[in-house]
Design a binder for this molecule. Structure first.
Ligand code: PMP
Length: 370
């Protein structure tokens, strides 16, 4: 970037890594594409119908900044039933990303340290830097579990926030109850903001989802409909946490995103009543296919949730491996996109079974050829 008008804030991070992958994808003709981070099922019919109905009934204007009562009240009731925290308030955000942006901008002062677990969702490190914060990376390879002892050692007087994500992107790791409780109690003990990105909470295959909000009533939860209901393009998220923090985030939302799209909010209220268990079962089965298919040639922590697996490359770097994969018409994401290590790669199995089978065959051919 050389243009004189561009602000310094934008130069603390770059997006060239992920863009390179997208550029490669665009050049490939009909690739076996295991790089896509969104469900392959369509938005459930009643949800589509509710959105169309909202549009036809002229509910197309600005929504309330905090969200339309039809959705917000329903979310608040669900959150109250789950946690029973008197001070926990919900608002509707413009996607989960919108919630994350507002959380960071509302809580991080320049120089504040934010603990992030590596490998992490691409946005975390950049968002922290954008706010002038300092990412403190804790490596969780090779099992992608969080050791509260190691987190305790990383805490300094400047630690302001812990960014937690389970089920996780890119690893598919689901944190167990002891891990989550340990982290939640540690954050409470040190008065550190615990932000929990729960966008994949529906997709847990082997054990129930555990939120740190169960053990720490100050936890700020960021969630949304993108993955659970395949609504990534509808930009519908929600946040719940301590009232005063929520009010601060709303103040910022008012002057940035303004609101989440109104028709999507009417549809979101309907989405809350759609039974998604069948979709989750289908993804569990896809997970099992991937685990069984790669067992002979790849080291891999068995992913318990989301729709990702994060195997280790058999030889060389993940960047080299990804280049070789492209020669086999296969698109995966190299690990360096998600942190400092370049030893693993992400595959998304949110694709048709036929694509999974072709992907497994290509990956095994590749491992044998290396
Ligand atoms: N958090 C995580 C962990 C994600 O993987 C994603 C989407 N890839 C998001 C947040 C952003 O979701 P949204 O589309 O709702 O902004």
């Amino acid at each position: 970037m050389t243009h004189a008008w561009i602000a310094d804030r934008t130069k603390t991070f770059d997006s060239s890594g992920i863009r390179k992958v997208f550029d490669l994808a665009a050049k490939m003709k009909d690739p076996i594409n295991l790089s896509i981070g969104q469900p392959d099922f369509d938005v459930p019919e009643p949800v589509k119908a509710a959105c169309i109905d909202a549009i036809q009934s002229r509910r197309n204007g600005y929504a309330l900044t905090q969200g339309m009562p039809v959705l917000r009240d329903k979310l608040q009731a669900r959150v109250d039933a789950e946690y029973g925290h008197a001070d926990r308030k919900v608002f509707v955000s413009s996607g989960t990303s919108g919630g994350l942006v507002l959380a960071i901008w509302s809580l991080i002062n320049p120089g504040d340290e934010v603990i992030i677990f590596e490998p992490y969702f691409v946005m975390y490190e950049s968002l922290v830097k954008m706010a002038g914060g300092i990412p403190v990376l804790i490596d969780t390879y090779p099992n992608f579990t969080i050791d509260p002892e190691r987190v305790a050692q990383a805490i300094t007087p400047r630690t302001k926030m812990i960014l937690f994500n389970s089920p996780a992107n890119p690893t598919g790791a689901v944190a167990g109850e002891a891990e989550v409780r340990g982290l939640a109690e540690l954050a409470a003990k040190h008065n550190i903001a615990l932000v929990s990105d729960e966008i994949y909470r529906f997709f847990c295959y082997d054990q129930p989802f555990v939120s740190p909000a169960r053990f720490n009533d100050q936890t700020l939860v960021i969630d949304g409909f993108s993955k659970s209901h395949a609504m990534t393009g509808w930009r519908l998220g929600f946040v719940h946490g301590p009232q005063e923090i929520v009010q601060t985030m709303l103040k910022l939302q008012q002057y940035t995103f303004v609101c989440a799209p109104q028709p999507a909010q009417w549809a979101g209220a309907v989405a809350m009543d759609v039974d998604m268990a069948g979709y989750v079962d289908a993804y569990r089965r896809k997970r099992d296919l991937v685990v069984a298919g790669l067992r002979d040639h790849y080291e891999m922590a068995i992913p318990g949730g989301a729709f990702y697996a994060f195997p280790k490359v058999p030889r060389g770097t993940a960047t080299e491996f990804t280049a070789k994969a492209i020669e086999h018409n296969l698109l995966v994401i190299p690990g360096h996109i998600f942190g400092r290590r370049d030893t693993h790669f992400r595959i998304s199995y949110a694709v048709d079974d036929s694509v999974i089978h072709r992907g497994i065959a290509a990956l095994n051919d590749l491992a044998r050829a290396l």
